[in-house]
Design a protein around this ligand. Sequence first.
Ligand SMILES: *Cc1c(COP(=O)(O)O)cnc(C)c1O
Length: 353
Amino acid sequence: MMITVEKTKTPKSKPASDQLVFGKSFSDHMFICDYSEEKGWHNSRIVPYQDIAISPANMTLHYGQSIFEGLKAYKTADNKVNLFRPIENIRRLNSSCLRLCMPPINEEFALKALKTLVDIDRDWVPKEEGTSLYIRPFVFASEPHLGVRPSSTYTFIIITGPVGAYYKEGINPVKIFVESNYVRAVVGGLGEAKAAANYAASLKAQVEAKEKGYTQVLWLDGIEKKYIEEVGTMNVFFIIGNEVVTPKLSGSILPGITRKSSIELLKSWGYEVNERRITIDEVYAAHDKGMLKEVFGTGTAAVISPVGELSWNDKVITVGSGKTGPVSQRLYDTITGIQYSKMQDTFGWIEHV
Ligand SMILES: *Cc1c(COP(=O)(O)O)cnc(C)c1O
């Protein structure tokens, strides 16, 4: 499929690197493509970043058929632009589409669209330490219709925007509230899809945790409220004695690419890594025995987010020393080192644009 390109005649001024706020500024161009049952995916184009018009009867507004992805482009010291495992994002985009009865997009074509867009806006990839260009591909229903059924038309858009360093003063542990009232997802639901609806379901818990002074919530399973699932919008890891544990992908957990990369790195370093069920009781018991060494979240935004404190049913525990642990730090340094080409990419994770 051909991608037509219409360049902007009025390039925007770029925000200063120290003023970057996540998700506030957008680069000059966007990619957009339409789907209909007759034509399949068609009319692929890169156009100036602009508003889109939608009908008040647009099915996404009413029934929520909407999924997205998130990845970043990184500028290296010699001004190359790196993507980190982008094909994994495209495969996950497609599995999310299928779960919501939306049509998948040819993998090679989606990768080409993404790379072409980033190339056109490569001057928008900021250079300063820790900054990047955030890339947001998303697919949503576009048919105006109020009957409940899958839409017959869809739109696939990719927008990008420069983002600042997640950690301005080095990586820092966060305080986490173990959520035993609200749940994010249940097996059989949308939990393993990157669906907008999962975020809608999570907001209330997030707001209440913030009010109590916590950064994020630790999600437990939706049935027994016992097994650990994720932390906020990240996957979660525990180091208990010499074992690294992360919840097994059960159907209600989002299969993170940072999670997968962390598992692969930890195994290559000789750690015993187990993807298995783990209860919140086991974590508290390990803490009481002095065995809970590290807890951290993994995700594209923060890469690694160490957890310093957990609060569950009014019982507050400090993880390890409450500081960033050595394994969390090593994973962070290695993944970011590979992303910015400061370390050798022995796994072949980087694609240049
Ligand atoms: C996106 C996401 C993650 C992290 O996935 P990465 O591919 O590592 O960025 C984890 N949990 C949820 C719920 C997510 O939406």
